[in-house]
Design a protein around this ligand. Structure first.
Ligand SMILES: Nc1ncnc2[nH]cnc12
Length: 398
């Protein structure tokens, strides 16, 4: 697209201003600047990891709280009726609290737009379609996840969910041309074992006789799993190939990108879930649930609001990990959260059937090795970048 004379002048003016007032990073030596960048990156990764653990734990605690509120005493008398019943509602809750992120989006600093790029409207259009399709995909996995949890035996559902990491690994190899290292493979294998041993129990299961056929259960869990893995890989692709290339945020990876992705995708997903909720007449059943809540309607609404906010905490952490590291790492962290979540559920609720047994303790210890092994690869990658920079500096000096 042709640039007008006036805009060219402004651009030149801005460019000279940019040179006269360099960014703080540009004043520093390249080595110091890379060091600072890597430190900032580690802080961002640690923060996102914490958000995923926190979100995962809060979601599971609130789901169990809901279960306890609907039932007078023990959880071992499983009853599907005591879960959040509406699956469109649950899918909506998983996405609908995104507006709380909008003020955050404006609070986070906006880096200067890169002025070299001129043909970004094409990329922005593709980004728009990516957000649209990702929103539909996220709505689909949220709905299938809720449905699978409602109609399946939770143990079987969890076991099938274990394959999630395998799907993510295969899909990311194809879609993102992901390069696996020995340490990443060790981390994946450990995470699978951790997930099998450490998944938290969940009370809201159907009675044995009431379960859907195993076929349907398996298909629901598999579909949720594949849709979830696919969404992680596509989000990574969107960051790498579209969002970074539009250069609206300069050349850097910034947290604003994470918030933009989550707000746009969750908005589309919420619209899809709302349509589903009304088209299926499910909204009519909501009143019944609130009446049965032991602590009353206010707590019922508060627990739904809490659940919706917890999902946003989780989603921002997940998308942050995809942005700063990869979809595969996001999935590893999400699955490694399971023994922590199980521990919190055991500590928070006095469920007679739920103890923090040896396999779970083993799983908890295993997370240190699984995450440590992935972190080792990341540390080596950062060190390699620093070594390359030092090498090129030495070459210039010689
Ligand atoms: N909607 C979802 N949320 C969390 N984990 C999932 N795994 C598959 N679908 C999921």
């Amino acid at each position: 697209m042709e640039m007008s004379k006036a805009s060219k002048q402004t651009t030149r003016h801005e460019e000279s201003e940019h040179v006269q007032n360099p960014e703080p990073d540009q004043i520093l030596s390249p080595r110091r600047s890379l060091e600072l960048k890597q430190r900032k990156w580690w802080i961002s990764v640690s923060l996102c990891l914490f958000l995923v653990l926190l979100g995962d734990s809060l979601v599971m605690l609130l789901l169990n709280f809901f279960y306890v509120q609907m039932k007078q005493d023990r959880r071992e008398e499983y009853d599907q009726d005591l879960q959040y019943k509406g699956t469109w509602t649950q899918a909506l809750i998983q996405n609908a609290a995104f507006p709380i992120l909008i003020p955050l989006f404006f609070i986070f600093p906006k880096p200067k737009q890169n002025l070299e790029t001129n043909n970004t409207s094409f990329l922005s259009l593709r980004l728009f379609f990516l957000y649209l399709s990702l929103g539909v995909l996220v709505a689909a996995h949220s709905k299938l996840f809720a449905l699978g949890k409602l109609v399946s035996n939770y143990g079987i559902f969890s076991l099938i969910s274990t394959t999630q990491l395998i799907f993510t690994a295969v899909l990311t190899a194809i879609i993102n041309r992901f390069k696996f290292t020995r340490w990443i493979i060790i981390s994946i294998l450990l995470t699978i074992v951790i997930y099998v041993l450490g998944t938290p129990d969940f009370g809201g299961q159907p009675h044995d006789g009431e379960e859907f056929g195993y076929n349907i259960q398996a298909w629901l869990a598999f579909s949720a799993t594949i849709a979830f893995s696919l969404s992680l890989c596509l989000i990574q692709l969107g960051f790498e190939k579209l969002q970074v290339k539009t250069k609206r945020y300069g050349n850097e990876k910034v947290f604003r990108m994470v918030l933009e992705m989550q707000i746009c995708v969750a908005f589309v997903a919420s619209v899809v879930c709302l349509v589903g909720l009304f088209a299926s007449d499910e909204y009519k059943e909501l009143k019944g649930d609130s009446k049965r809540f032991k602590k009353g309607e206010t707590y019922y609404v508060l627990s739904l609001v809490g659940l919706a906010l917890s999902w946003q905490v989780w989603a921002v952490g997940m998308i942050g990990l995809v942005h700063y590291v990869s979809g595969l790492f996001g999935d590893v962290v999400h699955m490694c959260a399971s023994p922590f979540v199980a521990l919190f559920v055991v500590l928070a609720f006095d469920f007679m059937d739920d103890v923090f047994s040896w396999p779970r303790i083993g799983a908890l210890i295993g997370t240190v090795f699984a995450l440590g092994s992935y972190f080792y690869t990341l540390h080596k990658r950062n060190k390699k970048k620093m070594a390359e920079l030092k090498q090129s500096e030495n070459n210039v000096e010689v």
